[in-house]
Structure formats: structure tokens, C-alpha cells
Design a protein around this ligand. Structure first.
Ligand code: 6GU
Length: 259
């Protein structure tokens, strides 16, 4: 998968993309990341990328021209007057704006994107916003990573790249790992422990030392269910639950037996 990231702050990405899983995925050719500084595409000696909003109200707005020029250069196209969407329909890649107004990124959407797209263009917004014509005539999608406001789309773009990359078959090595992740089955993960078996006087659940595989799997499932019920009961409505899962959850919600 190839990511083209349009940003005013390419240096923000260096740490995130040059360590651990993402770095290894790049080295092994699973992903290719190209960072493009929008300022490099701004016309004029001063390479101005923003301007004041029509109608006032303060703050600065990202100008459309540098962003359109960047996309035209990266894809080697001329965007027609009616906009990019006709090219997108002909097979050109999605252009995704990262803003707090976008569709919320969740694991199922990430899985869909990884499965369907060979290339993604990510536009990171800054300042108070982006000229609406970028949204109307260039972007094909708009994503948010959560209900809070970041100073810009860069951290969100890093998150999109990370979330999608670890879903590419082969990237994690262990294919089963992503299937067990919190959220992938619609539930939170069970607790994990490693050595030592006693740490500063605190032990671990006995089941982990028992060697009883079926009982261990049942314990993990119950821990996932209990944790999801306690912390994110909203997730249960969408989760893939068996009859025995439902029975266990019902039992957890029973009022305690009187003595
Ligand atoms: Cl994608 N951008 C910004 N600036 N803030 C956000 C966001 C994106 N997603 C959540 N908050």
C-alpha cells in the first residue's frame, strides 16, 4: 500500500514512521510512504499556503491552490473543472482529508480500507480549516480519529497509516495477532501477564499456569466480555457474541445472590 501525505509539517512524521512496525513494513516493501510539503507547491516567492477567511471571524484558512497543485504533481494529472471525482471514478486513488468533521475511523472501516485501496492520498489540515473547495472538488473522503480537536491532521494521518499498515497480511508476522486485537472482534482484549509469576508480592491468575488450554481460552473470553461490559458496554451491541457469551454476560448482570 502506498501513502502520499500532504502536510505543512513533514518533519512531524519522522519519528512515527522510522521506528518499530511501520519502519519494518517500509523496509520490507509492504508499504511506501511519501511525504509532500504543501508549501513546496505554493506559487510565488513567499510560498503562501494560508489566508484570512472571507467574512472575517479570525484564524487562517489553508488556500486551495497549493493543495490542488500538489495533487496534480503527485498524480501527474490535470484536475478537470468539475473536480477530481470523475478521475476517482476512473480508478485514481481516494483523496482523504483529515479533519475533526470527518467520518469516525473505527476498526471495521480500517479493515475495509486496507482490503480495498492500493494507494491513499492523505491531506492534513492545519490552522482554522481548509478552503471548502478542497472538500468539494478534490477530496473523496474525510476522516476523523475521534471526538476531540487536534492542532492539525498530522497525528491523525500517522494513526491512519499505523492502523491500516498493521492490517496488511504479513506485516505483523503472526496473522492471528490482529484477529485477537481489542476491537477486531468487537470486544476489548483480555488481560496479559508475563514473567515473573510473582512481582512485588502480586501473583497472576492461577489458570495461566495450569496448562489447561480449553479452560484458559474460556477464561480469556470471559475476561474480554467482562471488561467490555464494564468499560465499553456500547461495543456489545455490535459484537459477535455466541449463546454462551450472552449467557455469561447475563450472569454478570444478575444482582448478587442474597446470603
Ligand atoms: Cl483528523 N484532525 C484534527 N485537526 N482534529 C481531529 C481529527 C483530525 N480527528 C479528531 N480530531
Amino acid at each position: 500500500m502506498r501513502f502520499d501525505i500532504l502536510t505543512l509539517f513533514p518533519e512531524m512524521f519522522e519519528g512515527a514512521f522510522n521506528a518499530s512496525i511501520i519502519s519494518r513494513a517500509r523496509e520490507r516493501g509492504y508499504i511506501d510512504i511519501a511525504l509532500h510539503n504543501i508549501r513546496d507547491y505554493a506559487p510565488g516567492k513567499h510560498r503562501v499556503t494560508d489566508d484570512t477567511p472571507y467574512g472575517g471571524g479570525g484564524g487562517m484558512i489553508m488556500k486551495p491552490e497549493p493543495i490542488f497543485l500538489a495533487v496534480e504533481s503527485i498524480l501527474n494529472i490535470d484536475i478537470p473543472g468539475e473536480g477530481y471525482h470523475s478521475l476517482h471514478r476512473q480508478g485514481y486513488p481516494p483523496i482523504v482529508m483529515l479533519t475533526p468533521q470527518g467520518r469516525l475511523l473505527k476498526q471495521p472501516l480500517a479493515q475495509e480500507m486496507t482490503a480495498n485501496f492500493e494507494r491513499l492520498i492523505l491531506i492534513c489540515g492545519r490552522y482554522e480549516g481548509i478552503d471548502e473547495r478542497v472538500r468539494q472538488y478534490l477530496a473523496t473522503d474525510e476522516l476523523s480519529i475521534g471526538d476531540y480537536v487536534l492542532s492539525g491532521g498530522e497525528i491523525a494521518a500517522m494513526i491512519v497509516v499505523d492502523v491500516l499498515t498493521r492490517l496488511i497480511p504479513g506485516v505483523l508476522g503472526d496473522e492471528a495477532a490482529t484477529a485477537k486485537d481489542s476491537h477486531s472482534g468487537g470486544l476489548l482484549e483480555h488481560p496479559h501477564y508475563t514473567r515473573p509469576p510473582e512481582f512485588r508480592g502480586h501473583g497472576i491468575p492461577e489458570i495461566l499456569l495450569s496448562g489447561h488450554h480449553a479452560k484458559l481460552e474460556q477464561w480469556r473470553r470471559e475476561q474480554s466480555l467482562a471488561r467490555t461490559l464494564a468499560r465499553r458496554p456500547d461495543l456489545l451491541a455490535q459484537a459477535n457474541l455466541s449463546d454462551s457469551d450472552r449467557a455469561y454476560l447475563a450472569q454478570l448482570q444478575q444482582p448478587g445472590e442474597p446470603e
